[in-house]
Design a protein around this ligand. Structure first.
Ligand SMILES: C[S@@+](CC[C@H](N)C(=O)[O-])C[C@H]1O[C@@H](n2cnc3c(N)ncnc32)[C@H](O)[C@@H]1O
Length: 170
C-alpha cells in the first residue's frame, strides 16, 4: 500500500507537473513497498528505488542519505514522505542533488516544519511548482491513525505542512 497522501493519483500528478519525458531515469528515495517504482515502470520510465527497509523485491536496500550511486546518474529523483523521516532533510536534498544530472528534476512530496521553497533554494534547486497539500495530509494521517498504522507517519508535535514540490537542479 502507498504510504503517502493521494496514492498513485498523487504520483501521476507529480509526473504530469514535472513534464518528465518517457524513458527518463528516475530514482525513488525511500521507496518503501515500491508502488511508485512499479507505476513509473508501467508508464515507461527507467525507475529504481531504494529504502532502508525495502518491502518489495523491486526496491533495493539503501540509505537515501548515502545512496552509493555515482554523481549525476539520474534524470529525476522522486521522493514521497521519506526525506523528513530520514531525520536529515538538508542531507537528503544534498544527496538528491548529487545523483541528479545537470538540469535534473526533483519530484518531492513531504512533511516540512519550515517553508520548503527557501530550503530547496538553499540546497541548490530552482522550485518550479509548490503545492500546499496540508489539508489532504491531515485526512491521510487521521485515516492512518484510525487504521492503527500511523507509525509509518512518525511525525512529532509541532506546526508543519505537507508540500508537493517540483524543482530543477541549478
Ligand atoms: C512513509 S514511508 C513512504 C514510502 C513510499 N515513499 C511511499 O510513498 O509509499 C517512508 C519510507 O522512508 C524510508 N526511510 C526512512 N529513512 C530512510 C533512509 N535514511 N534511507 C532510506 N529510506 C528511508 C522508510 O523505511 C519508509 O519505507
Amino acid at each position: 500500500m502507498n504510504a503517502h497522501p493521494g496514492g498513485a493519483a498523487h504520483t501521476r500528478r507529480m509526473l504530469e507537473l514535472s513534464g518528465l519525458s518517457a524513458g527518463a531515469s528516475v530514482l525513488d528515495l525511500g521507496a518503501g513497498a515500491g508502488e511508485s517504482v512499479a507505476l513509473l515502470r508501467e508508464m515507461g520510465y527507467a525507475a529504481e528505488g531504494i529504502d532502508l527497509a525495502p518491502r518489495s523485491p523491486i526496491v533495493q536496500k539503501g540509505d537515501l542519505l548515502r545512496s552509493g550511486y555515482p554523481d549525476a546518474s539520474f534524470d529525476a529523483v522522486l521522493s514521497q514522505c521519506a526525506f523528513f523521516l530520514s531525520g536529515d532533510v538538508p542531507g537528503a536534498l544534498r544527496e538528491a542533488r548529487r545523483v541528479l544530472k545537470p538540469g535534473g528534476l526533483l519530484l518531492l512530496s513531504d512533511v516540512f516544519f519550515e517553508p520548503p521553497v527557501p530550503l530547496l533554494k538553499a540546497a541548490g534547486f530552482h522550485v518550479r511548482q509548490a503545492e500546499d497539500m496540508t489539508g489532504e495530509w491531515k485526512e491521510y494521517y487521521l485515516e492512518a491513525l484510525w487504521r492503527g498504522d500511523a507509525a509509518c507517519c512518525g511525525v512529532p508535535r509541532g506546526k508543519c505542512g505537507y508540500w508537493l514540490l517540483i524543482a530543477g537542479k541549478e
